[in-house]
Design a protein around this ligand. Structure first.
Ligand code: ADP
Ligand code: MG
Length: 331
């Protein structure tokens, strides 16, 4: 579907509404159309997400997970876009537009913010993930599963190696993992600024899981860490020396906030599992066969990382770089 076809499609879905303006963003896994709708005095801004390489059941699941979170999460600072409708057969998902800035853009310094604001973002991200895990809790005795059709060798290997450790962990809840819990899928909005002070910040989660995995929360905790480290591999941090924030400190804030919200204290085994899942994510970022016919962007990213981040990619030992000794006691 091109832009005009999307416009026609939406005007059929919303009788009486006219599309006043539209903007398209091309993302790796989807095309995002932002549309301004108008009917008399009523104005609405909606987002239509059209997935690439989708399977209808995956699109349907993303929509149902978004709905479950939107209606289930009762927090004054954490929410998601409002689900509007899904057309799974055509890979189309519609939701409300949320105003704000992508956390990744702040961390990349594309949209710089104060360190204080980033700390607040890390705290809110911890709360958001805890809310998600609470809502997407599975039965305690449910076995770990990941879709056998998915080419997730690194994640599978992590799971196989982790089964025994899981029994020793304090964080025992089984959950449907968010899976891509990174700053790219977090939008923050400063609701109101009074006397130069932000009064309230809202966090919106987007890009809900499309696969019905069962795992412990360590997978998502590690993914967030991996996302922070990945940002540091790219300019401006790597080449322009813009390092106002620090991975360890920001991650500590995130983890502490998550643990507070979940009422759990992490043990050495919990940290081992997060570290192991972190390594799986690093290796996964280089595994292009997983993506099938993946296009130019992942290939360029792989070439870039292999050129400039060899050391980071080649960490063999789980505890080689993180956590630091004594980290468990601190946590
Ligand atoms: N409801 C929304 N409101 C505002 N921006 C959105 C919304 N949904 C997606 N976006 C923008 O589109 C980008 C890609 O959306 P996402 O759902 O993460 O797609 P993908 O699965 O391709 O990663 C996001 O990073 C965000 O900037
Ligand atoms: Mg995304």
């Amino acid at each position: 579907m091109n832009r005009d076809e999307v416009q026609k499609y939406i005007e059929e879905q919303y009788p009486g509404f006219k599309v006043m303006s539209k903007k398209t963003i091309f993302c790796r896994n989807s095309r995002i159309f932002m549309l301004d709708l108008c009917k008399g005095q009523i104005q609405e801004k909606i987002v239509v997400k059209i997935s690439r390489n989708y399977q209808p059941r995956e699109v349907a699941l993303e929509f149902s997970n978004l709905s479950r979170f939107y209606y289930g999460c009762k927090d004054e600072a954490v929410s998601s876009p409002k689900p509007l409708f899904v057309d799974a057969e055509n890979g189309i998902l519609a939701m409300s537009y949320v105003q704000g800035v992508n956390l990744a853009h702040m961390l990349h310094e594309i949209r710089p913010v104060s360190l204080q604001y980033l700390i607040c973002a890390a705290d809110l991200s911890g709360i958001a993930l805890a809310k998600f895990h609470t809502l997407f809790r599975r039965m305690e005795d449910e076995p770990v599963t990941i879709d056998t059709n998915a080419r997730e060798d690194d994640i599978n290997q992590f799971l196989a190696e982790s089964q025994e450790r899981m029994d020793e962990c304090n964080l025992k809840t089984m959950v449907t993992p968010f899976f891509d819990f990174t700053s790219w899928n977090i939008i923050l909005k400063n609701d109101c600024i009074k006397n130069g002070q932000s009064k309230s910040t809202m966090l919106y989660l987007i890009d809900f899981p499309r696969l019905d995995y069962v795992c412990t929360p360590h997978l998502d905790l590690a993914r967030f860490r991996f996302g922070l480290e990945l940002i540091k591999q790219f300019p401006p941090a790597k080449f322009f020396g813009l390092n106002r924030w620090d991975v360890d400190s920001l991650y500590d804030r995130f983890l502490s906030s998550y643990c507070r919200e979940m009422h759990v204290a992490l043990s050495q085994d919990d940290l081992w599992l997060i570290s192991r899942a972190r390594l799986a994510n690093i290796r996964r970022s280089q595994d292009l066969t997983r993506k099938g016919r993946c296009g130019l962007q992942p290939k360029l990213e792989k070439a870039y990382l292999q050129t400039f981040s060899r050391q980071w990619l080649d960490q063999g030992d789980v505890f080689s770089k993180w956590p630091r000794m004594g980290r468990a006691e601190k946590a």
